[in-house]
Design a protein around this ligand. Structure first.
Ligand SMILES: [Zn+2]
Length: 281
């Protein structure tokens, strides 16, 4: 029989009972405190004698696999890509790395995305989790935008705050909202795809799209010319890797303080997807 988890409304109690045993051992450390109704995680469980009695210590294979996970996380942090963003009333020049056409349509990934002002600063992007699990940021009243994702090289010259060096040609993610997608779609048809196309971009005011609202075509490079001009930066992006690296689970968003800590109304504590809180029985 097909089990429907989408929206978390139908998480079946039978399923919880079946999986509670196998999940218990590995999920204890990660269970957010607000969900724990019985003993705290640090309490020793005499029956669960594995390679170590301490739940927060990992040995052997468990340690090795955690090491790999942590390395990947660190790698993702290192490679973290910033979203392209323009100040109101500014101009710059960008070159698209991807954005080829599939027939007449831009062949790019789309996601639901929250753009938040945190500590007085914009530029905090979170993928909305609603397609997978109830979204804590939506619960907080923020409406996600449906955005197309492209990759660009931003030719803006700037001085790095970190090392004081002048930089340009930075690879950025380009999150395009509906109006921008319409424009880019037209440009793509005109230019035979966006990949390799350079545009002078202007943002004409603070109400205009933060990725710019005026696109003046400059030139289009072939893949070989792109490679010659920008080297590895011109390599088409692996979105599976990039977007999965950007995804923060609903559980982790709740840990960051988004949403209602006890989960959305009516979800019966089923938040967290693959985690199982039925261990409280
Ligand atoms: Zn959301």
């Amino acid at each position: 029989m097909a089990l429907k988890f989408k929206g978390g409304k139908t998480a079946p109690s039978v399923q919880s009972a079946q999986t509670s045993e196998q999940v218990e051992v590995e999920s204890v450390v990660q269970v957010p405190k607000t969900f724990v109704k019985t003993a705290p995680p640090a309490a020793p469980a005499p029956s669960a004698a594995k390679s170590t009695n301490l739940k927060f210590v990992k040995r052997g294979n468990a340690a090795a696999s955690t090491m790999v996970k942590e390395e990947k996380k660190a790698e993702q942090r290192m490679n973290q890509l910033y979203g392209f963003w323009m100040k109101p009333n500014s101009d710059t020049t960008i070159t698209f790395i991807d954005g080829n056409l599939d027939g007449e349509v831009l062949d790019i990934p789309f996601i639901y995305q929250h753009h938040l002002n945190m500590n007085g600063r914009w530029g905090n992007f979170f993928i909305c989790t609603q397609e997978v699990e109830p979204c804590p940021i939506c619960e907080g009243g923020n409406t996600p935008s449906f955005v197309g994702v492209l990759m660009i090289i931003d030719h803006t010259e700037f001085t790095s705050k970190k090392d004081g060096l002048k930089k340009k040609d930075q690879v950025r993610l380009f999150f395009a909202k509906r109006d921008t997608i319409k424009q880019l779609q037209k440009q793509a048809v005109k230019r035979g795809g966006l990949a390799g196309a350079t545009f002078e971009v202007s943002r004409t005011g603070d109400k205009s799209a933060s990725t710019g609202n005026v696109f003046d075509f400059v030139e289009k490079k072939s893949p070989l010319q792109m490679k010659a001009a920008f080297g590895d930066k011109a390599t088409p992006p692996d979105y599976d890797k990039i977007l999965s690296g950007m995804y923060t689970s609903a559980k982790d968003l709740r840990k960051m303080g988004f949403g209602n800590p006890s989960g959305p109304v009516g979800s019966e504590g089923s938040v967290g997807g693959d985690d199982d809180y039925s261990g409280e029985m």
